[in-house]
Design a protein around this ligand. Structure first.
Ligand code: BTX
Length: 323
């Protein structure tokens, strides 16, 4: 509810300072009884709140699960993640996002689930999304850009996720074109960009982000053992999913506003600074063929350039890359 959001915004601003029931009632514009009721509901969600007579309330601990309320506590964005739909278990957050996107929800709306029963990768592949250990979310955007520029948002998202990971964990992930984020060569994040468009006009872009956060090694299925990892495996400690989500929102919003104002060029420079593939020999498997050569970089549109042995430069729009 709106009151709940304002209550959490007030706690965000207060930091460690106690807020009295009277003060909260005034800033939110409700009765003290209503404040008390919302505080009780936060407790039921798993928040630990300290109440001190003559001083007021303070939040001591947030819940294990990620709740929309926990994400909101500390959120500094203007529109990314301001409207959160949280669910315990879904087939795929992309599916729900597609439905919401066609119902004209505000830009920046996010669907988050604790578990996906059939998480989607690209080309109908499966994205393993076990309960409580990762971030499985879909972000709805409505940029006024040509259809052909949509893949740039995948690259922008990768930069935002890398920056958030650096901020929260201190680790230094790398990006493999177009959508993999790697730590020590293993995949910790996948990004799936889907569109709703009429003719050549974009109605909405739905960006699916899957981040392996707190899985232990043995929790990955056999087929992912060699290729996948999680932040906590690489860092050696548990990572706060809510903090990481907030940080992704923050970095995403900053980059997205920059992109809308100045185009792809500044994003391209950032992307290249995190990319592993540039200058390397690689194999790109597209739907129709295989191109082998040296990755030269990406074009101003975000397309990968590969120079093969005979010196021919290929422009690759979509492929799987083997390094
Ligand atoms: P992708 O096609 O690049 O990667 C899929 C491949 O990655 C799989 O075939 C498998 O080899 C490997 N893989 C599967 N699960 C994992 C995992 N948890 N960690 C590492 N590797 C894995 C990448 O597609 C796009 C993934 C987007 C996922 C998000 S989650 C929220 C949203 N909802 C949804 O259904 N998908 C997106």
């Amino acid at each position: 509810s709106e009151l709940r959001k304002e209550l959490l915004d007030a706690f965000t601003k207060a930091g460690d300072v106690y807020l009295s029931g009277q003060h909260l009632a005034e800033v939110i514009g409700c009765s003290r009884t209503a404040v008390w009721k919302h505080i009780e509901e936060l407790r039921k969600e798993g928040f630990e709140l300290e109440a001190v007579r003559n001083r007021g309330y303070r939040i001591l601990k947030t819940p294990e699960k990620i709740t929309a309320d926990e994400i909101r506590l500390g959120l500094t964005t203007e529109f990314i993640g301001r409207n959160i739909h949280y669910q315990e278990s879904v087939e795929s957050t992309q599916k729900i996002a597609h439905k919401f996107a066609s119902e004209d929800v505000p830009e920046g709306t996010v669907i988050i689930a604790e578990e996906q029963r059939s998480g989607k990768g690209r080309m109908n592949r499966i994205w393993h999304s076990p309960k409580y250990t990762g971030i499985w979310m879909s972000l709805i955007l409505r940029p006024n850009i040509p259809l052909t520029n949509a893949p740039q948002l995948t690259l922008l998202t990768a930069v935002a996720v890398v920056q958030a990971m650096e901020e929260i964990t201190g680790l230094q992930p790398e990006i493999k074109w177009p959508n993999d984020i790697l730590l020590h060569g293993k995949k910790v994040t996948g990004i799936l960009t889907e569109l709703q468009a009429e003719a050549d006009r974009i109605h909405s872009i739905i960006i699916g982000i899957g981040i392996n956060v707190n899985q232990r090694k043995e929790e990955f299925p056999d087929e992912l053992q060699e290729i996948a990892s999680s932040l906590s495996i690489e860092k050696g400690e548990t990572i706060s999913r809510a903090a990481l989500i907030r940080s992704v929102f923050k970095h995403f919003e900053k980059l997205y506003l920059l992109y809308l104002k100045q185009g792809f060029f500044p994003i391209k420079l950032l992307w290249e600074s995190y990319a592993v593939s540039i200058g390397k020999e690689l194999k790109a498997r597209t739907l129709t063929n295989v191109i082998e050569g040296t990755a030269l970089g990406i074009t101003d549109e975000g397309v990968l350039k590969i120079k093969d042995q005979s010196g021919v430069i290929h422009h690759v729009y979509s492929a799987d890359i083997e390094l």
